[in-house]
Design a protein around this ligand. Sequence first.
Ligand SMILES: Cc1cc2nc3c(=O)[nH]c(=O)nc-3n(C[C@H](O)[C@H](O)[C@H](O)COP(=O)(O)OP(=O)(O)OC[C@H]3O[C@@H](n4cnc5c(N)ncnc54)[C@H](O)[C@@H]3O)c2cc1C
Length: 312
Amino acid sequence: MIAERADCIVVGAGPAGLTAALYMARYRRRVLVLHDVSARALRIPLTHNAPGFPGGISGPDLIARMTRHAESYGASVREACIVKAMHDGEIFRVQSQTGENWHARTLILATGLHLNQIPLEHGVHEAAIRSGVLRYCPICDAYEHTDRKIGVIGCDTQGGNEAMFLRRYTDDITLIPCSYADLSERERKSLTDAGIRIVRQAAAKCTASGDSLSVELANGERLIFDVVYPALGVRPRTELAEALGLATDDSGCLDPQTPFETQIPGLYSAGDIVEGLDQINVAISHGAIAATKAHNWLRELDGECLPTDAGH
Ligand SMILES: Cc1cc2nc3c(=O)[nH]c(=O)nc-3n(C[C@H](O)[C@H](O)[C@H](O)COP(=O)(O)OP(=O)(O)OC[C@H]3O[C@@H](n4cnc5c(N)ncnc54)[C@H](O)[C@@H]3O)c2cc1C
């Protein structure tokens, strides 16, 4: 069974993990992808910044294509929630919630991140994302909201920065505190000089309909927006990386160097868990780098490289 003797295990079947799997499979490696069906990419209604898809492509369609592509070269993709990762100096072992075990000589962690979300019932929240009234990534889709009425929830430096970023697309932006405003006087002045409205009352309740999202403030006032961007931060899914001894930075992400190498030979990371721009294209490039590094490391181990002291 391929799982028992994989050259490489990839945890994660988002753009990062599936690209790593594609490259590994094309390097004629036995590669096993394990994932718990929670890729952020699966929540994308239609992305317009994936090169080669000028009409846009949905996240589920992209992931289905990427899965088929990797599988067509022999990658094995399986559902499993991985709860343990260990390394004994030579072999990486991972274990699923249901007690299944796999091992391999290299491990690529492409486990993504969790969004800090506004409190909406799950089904309503996901429907609001699908209908486009709730968005979490201005870099991804601000362009699609040109000249719309936009609310940003999170009245701190991050929220302020997102509002300033969005200002290029519309002149109707309101910044709403999640619980309280935490802006310096200079930040507040920059925002108001840019024409961004800052409300004093915190957001108490959000209600989504098909074409708008309304925010009820603590004083009962209701604001209705074409689209709302919560700016509430993220939680990178680094539990397995940390269990293996990798450090995280202040934002909870892994070092940008980790797609290239880590202090544990044979271990690499890719995608949103790495500090940097959380985007499909970045995840794809990390996946390609991590897989190539893993492959070359195995070649070195197996004596498939020219000696470094070849006498030239
Ligand atoms: C609504 C929305 C819209 C977006 N729009 C865009 C856009 O237009 N353009 C763009 O570039 N980006 C967009 N993004 C961001 C994009 O989805 C991410 O940057 C991208 O998916 C990152 O890829 P990844 O492979 O690192 O992580 P993910 O796609 O999140 O994949 C992580 C994988 O890890 C697996 N996993 C994690 N932990 C475990 C575990 N313990 N056991 C097993 N499996 C595990 C998950 O199941 C998943 O398969 C959007 C995100 C959202 C939510």
